[in-house]
Design a protein around this ligand. Structure first.
Ligand code: KIV
Length: 273
């Protein structure tokens, strides 16, 4: 990697330029400063401080319980750890749905207190008035359509979207409306490959970032814990590729530590004062 490339700050304009040039966009989640620093070092384009923190860090079954205060704290930590990647904060459940004013104030908190550079919010065409106003306030917005986990109880589980004509029409209409409202990018989650392709090709400035939405999206996102193998046993959706399996490595290291302490091998002489 050239040093010029290393120093170039990723902005929302980078997303738009990459889409125009047909260059893929890379996104991963992070929730703390250390991992954010590693992602920056590896030159990821963008870090999404996802409300998946609710599941993967806080142990909840859904993303519903996580609060604004917790999400702002995670965002601020990530922003302290990364300087190159574009930092996008995920707006938690009920931080933007109740009213446009609530949405603007909470989106603004992510920039003012969390040092985020953009926010993401779930929902299709019905969110257009809210998105339009947030964008008008100078806050870049990433949309999120398909399976939107904050509405998991309405979907009745993590079901692939775009299988029925009604759902396909809603997704296509929503994508165009979100682009028109000013979103610089949009997550497509758990979508049939053909509809994700059709949506991606129909858009001019809004980059699609897929998770379980096939290879033709403008970019891809995964939850960092999942792709590093730091996930509960049995959780292995088809779209998830594990790039490392850290769970057994961590368990083995902890086991060795326990063994060493129990047997008086830790700390050694040169680890003592
Ligand atoms: O919260 C999250 O991590 C997300 C990604 C899965 C897109 O929304």
């Amino acid at each position: 990697m050239s040093s010029t490339r290393k120093q170039r700050k990723v902005t929302v304009q980078t997303f738009i330029n990459k889409k125009a040039k047909g260059e893929k966009i890379t996104v991963l989640t992070a929730y703390d400063a250390f991992i954010a620093g590693l992602l920056d070092k590896a030159e990821i384009d963008s870090i999404l401080v996802g409300d998946s923190a609710s599941n993967v860090l806080h142990g909840f079954d859904t993303t519903i319980p996580i609060t604004m205060d917790i999400m702002v704290a995670h965002t601020a930590a990530v922003a302290r750890g990364a300087s190159r990647a574009l930092i996008i904060a995920d707006m938690p459940f009920l931080s933007f749905q109740p009213s446009v004013e609530t949405a603007i104030l909470n989106a603004g908190r992510f920039l003012k207190e969390g040092n985020a550079e953009a926010v993401k919010l779930e929902g299709g065409i019905e969110m257009v008035p809210t998105i339009r106003r947030i964008v008008e306030c100078g806050i870049p917005v990433m949309g999120h359509i398909g399976l939107t986990p904050q509405s998991i109880h309405r979907f009745g589980g993590p079901k692939v979207q775009g299988r029925q004509e009604k759902s396909r029409a809603y997704l296509k209409e929503s994508a165009l409306a979100l682009e028109e409202a000013g979103c610089f990018s949009c997550v497509l989650e758990l979508l049939e490959n053909d509809i994700a392709t059709e949506i991606t090709e129909s858009l001019h400035t809004m980059a699609t970032i897929g998770i379980g939405a096939g290879v033709n999206c403008d970019g891809q996102v995964l939850v960092i814990n999942d792709m590093l193998g730091l996930r509960p046993e049995g959780f292995k959706p088809k779209f998830l590729r594990e790039y490392a399996n850290l769970t057994p490595i961590i368990v083995e290291a902890i086991g060795k530590y326990i063994d060493d302490v129990l047997n008086g091998r830790f700390p050694a002489e040169d680890e003592s004062y």
